[in-house]
Ligand binder design. Structure first.
Ligand SMILES: Nc1nc2c(c(=O)[nH]1)N[C@H]1C(S)=C(S)[C@@H](COP(=O)(O)O)O[C@H]1N2
Ligand SMILES: [Mo]
Length: 553
């Protein structure tokens, strides 16, 4: 295809060409010089048509997904693939730079890239719709494939991306045809053409808006279903005598007044780490799970089956392997649930089984060593409650796994839907495939919470406070030193259990000026936190926390 004009100005000149004016033609175009060039869609409109068509496609896909099968939104499915295919350095960068905001940032970034591609597709189609249709169709097929190859794929999931593809191509052809016709009409004055096009664009923008609202409404509906189901579960858990409650946390277990966290982390403050772009929205009454594989007797459990078993409440500190020294990915809650070891004893785990392979509703997987889960007193559980209420949606509602002493990526599967007893050779879990460790016991660590790094504190006694953890062994000692001097023992919070963190504080007399503060913890087996600094990958960061503060004179 030959393009003889490149801008709106050229089209305008051509339309108003007087007979005596020479045509603007290249030598190779000689045979066509007698035919005036067809005017194209102006640049801005062309770009807008591309963006509107793709916007309509995404909104329609999202809306249909919300109605038919929530996990099948083509936009989110493509986002899931971006996460899954992201190189290690990028995932870690996103986690450390954006924290929990990494997902909205990913989705917004995708939006920008898709909008640029869509605008380019529109611009490439200023005369013939073909290039734009091809690009919009390719985007649609990508969305289709992303859904088709999602880990938790079901055939019904194909409806949303199919609708999305058809809407994208259809809207593009429609808008393009309208825009071209209004441009081409020789009898139509230029201003009239503009108004007509404007109407077309306003109309289609409104359509995209309505579709987006519909998609949002669909999301709210699904969220409402989960809210109802959570309320029911919270009420069930509150029934007198149903749950064997955990002992109350002694008031001197934490020193929030000195700068430590509270002992139990309120649910809204509990750290969140996962790769789920969309939080699964399964209601408790729709939940069921199979325990199968290398077991004597397969078990199928519904949520009511879990409620009918003995329910226990246990204070447990969860920790993420991605936590840097001094990092925030650690929190503690009273988890309510059933004992996992007892369930597995009922199913009868074969002696040669190695791995408890757990799968989430969204297809994420974890591999937990069977010997750890089956340890007597390990307190591993299937949790359904957290701090007196049903699990919050973002922390795994309706059912998650919790194994004290193991980092979350090998044990804490949220939105649990399947448990297979198997070997390590047979199956590879999500993060194992990405270079993280197979066995990942939590490393003994401490963290200085107060003062903050580079904080200027008043002259006189300086209180240093923080946390230490070594689940499931427990902490026996925390020491602090200043400027590489002798280690001084800190005061510990009242012990709660060995599956939780321990708070500490110490008052120091410091001379005015800058000082380096370090801490190290020792567990109840007498093992002291190592000074050796390693990064989180593959099995957790280590090293002494170290920060500089200024004491005022
Ligand atoms: N389904 C699912 N479960 C998951 C994850 C995930 O990405 N998907 N991440 C795990 C990781 S790495 C951690 S540290 C814990 C964090 O649990 P939290 O978000 O409730 O604190 O969840 C684990 N369970
Ligand atoms: Mo994690």
């Amino acid at each position: 295809m030959r393009v003889r004009e490149s801008g709106c100005g050229a089209a305008h000149v051509n339309r108003n060409r007087r007979a005596d004016e020479p045509l603007d033609v290249s030598a190779t175009a000689a045979p066509h010089t007698t035919r005036p060039a067809r005017p194209g869609v102006p640049l801005g409109w062309a770009a807008a048509i591309g963006v509107l068509a793709v916007g309509a496609a995404l909104a329609a896909g999202h809306l249909v997904a919300a109605i038919v099968s929530p996990s099948s939104s083509p936009y989110l499915a493509v986002g899931d693939w971006v996460i899954r295919l992201s190189p290690q350095w990028l995932t870690e960068f996103a986690k450390t730079t954006f924290g929990t905001a990494d997902k909205p940032i990913l989705l917004a970034g995708m939006g920008v890239v898709i909008a640029i591609i869509a605008a380019a597709a529109g611009i490439a189609s200023r005369r013939s719709p073909t290039p734009g249709v091809v690009v919009v169709a390719v985007l649609g097929v990508l969305g289709f494939l992303a859904v088709l190859f999602a880990p938790a794929f079901a055939p019904l999931d194909l409806v949303a991306p199919a609708v999305s593809l058809v809407v994208g191509v259809g809207v593009f052809r429609l808008l393009h045809g309208l825009a071209l016709r209004t441009t081409e009409g020789p009898e139509q004055p230029a201003s009239g053409a503009g108004v007509s096009r404007r109407n077309v664009l306003i109309g289609s923008s409104a359509a995209v808006g309505v579709a987006s609202l519909g998609a949002a409404a669909g999301g709210v509906l699904l969220g409402g279903g989960v809210t109802n189901s959570r309320q029911t579960v919270t009420a069930q858990l509150a029934r007198a005598g149903l749950v064997e409650r955990a002992p109350a946390i002694p008031p001197d277990a934490a020193f929030p007044g000195l700068g430590t966290p509270t002992f139990l982390t309120p649910n809204p403050d509990f750290y969140r780490v996962d790769v789920a772009l969309r939080i699964p929205t399964q209601a408790a009454q729709d939940w069921s799970m199979r325990i199968h594989g290398m077991v004597d007797e397969e078990l199928t459990l519904t949520f009511d089956d879990l409620l009918a078993r003995p329910l226990v409440e246990r204070a447990i500190t969860l920790t993420c392997v991605s936590n840097e020294v001094g990092g925030p990915y650690i929190s503690t809650a009273n988890f309510i649930g059933v004992d996992l070891r007892e369930l597995l004893l009922e199913a009868g785990v074969r002696p040669d089984a190695e791995q408890l392979f757990s799968t989430s509703i969204d297809g994420w997987t974890a591999g937990t060593p069977v010997d750890v889960v089956m340890e007597e007193g390990r307190d591993s559980m299937l949790a359904i409650g957290m701090n007196g209420e049903a699990l919050p949606p973002e922390h795994g509602f309706p059912v998650r796994m919790v194994v004290p002493g193991l980092y979350g990526f090998v044990s804490a599967t949220k939105w649990l839907t399947d448990l297979e007893v198997t070997t390590f050779d047979a199956k590879q879990s999500y993060w194992l495939q990405r270079g993280w460790a197979q066995r990942a016991p939590i490393k003994t660590q401490s963290r200085i919470d107060s003062p903050r790094a580079f904080e200027e504190v008043p002259a006189g006694r300086v209180t240093v406070a923080g946390i230490a953890w070594s689940q499931p062994v427990g902490i026996s000692k925390v020491e602090v030193r200043v400027d590489g001097g002798p280690w001084q023992e800190a005061e510990l919070g009242a012990p709660v259990n060995t599956d939780t963190w321990r708070m500490w504080h110490i008052a120091l007399d410091l001379a005015p000026g800058s000082h380096t503060i370090q801490s190290r913890a020792t567990d109840r087996n007498g093992v002291t936190q190592t000074e050796v600094r390693v990064p989180p990958i593959p099995d957790g960061a280590s090293g002494w926390p170290s920060l500089i503060i200024r004491v005022a004179s």
